[in-house]
Write a protein that binds this ligand. Sequence first.
Ligand code: FA5
Length: 343
Amino acid sequence: MGGAGDGHLRDEIAAAGAAALAALEGAGGTDAIRSALAVQRRSLAALKSRLGGIADVEQRKECGRLLGEAVARLERDADARLAAASESERAAAVAAEAMDLTEHLQPALFGTTHIVTQALDRLVDVFVGLGFVVAEGPEIETDFHNFEALNMPASHPARSEFDTLFLEPVNDLQRRSPVLLRTHTSPVQIRVMQSVAPPIYAVMPGRVFRRDTPDATHMPVFHQIEGLVVDRGITFADLAGTIEAFTKAFFGEDFTSRLRPSYFPFTEPSAEFDVRGRDGAWIELGGCGMVHPDVLRAGGVDPEEFTGFAFGFGIDRMAKERHAVADIREMYTNDLRFLRQFR
Ligand code: FA5
């Protein structure tokens, strides 16, 4: 049987094999496993060089076999650990990439305000900056507020310009005085005057309805912003100055406005408000004028003491002009590729 030296080498092989496996177990990650593997291969190889010193052939074979087994165990263990570590590294990389994708998707998931809402918010900001307060009225209106109080009694020809959507009357009161979807935001002028005493500096944004056929500049449902100023000594110059200040603040310094004589039953004198943009063309955006004395009276304001001006702008057309959109209908097709341009 072999001498003490052989037994000693056999123990060393067992200890080195166990140490090699422990070293791999302590290595986290493919890089650490590979370098631990290299170190352990070298220490097992160092033992191999000592095999030649064993005199007994059987003992030498036995130690050789044990060493071969230790090396094979080390390689198998390293293979399994490398496979597991590289799989978890790949999973971590995928997770990191997935986080990036989520970040890219977030703005689309959260959406954005519609181009018309953006214009409405901006209009309100500009007028609040000029010292106006904001008021609102109902979308379902009485004939009185939408027409009569605005100097358009039942027989008035100007009523036919508003293609009105009437609602089915549900009681005798409504049969005598119809209810309708408001055709403009002007009835809110009456409601504001009925609820607060002058001085009044108010804007009233909202949705309005007409039996208009959709085309490049018309929708049957659209938005207006009404303005009403009632105070002592208000003149047409105040109206013109306010509109010019508003044009510059909303559209920018390269835009200018003009007022053209026009007719509305609820203002006298009346004007149409146009703006001229960078391309030089004039675009009609709304109507305005000095509040008619009959309208002040309908709102409970004494026209001998107070005068005022009012205006009504089409918000959808403002958004269209500001962003140079060719056709107003584009804004309502809900095509996300179109809407996302106006984030
Ligand atoms: C009016 O509605 C008056 N109430 C405006 C007014 C208020 C005048 C206060 C005097 C004092 P008009 O019908 O012209 O006026 O409409 C005003 C603006 O609304 C138009 O200039 C246009 O910009 C917009 N508009 C009118 N019809 C449509 C429509 N079908 N689609 C989109 N915008 C429209």
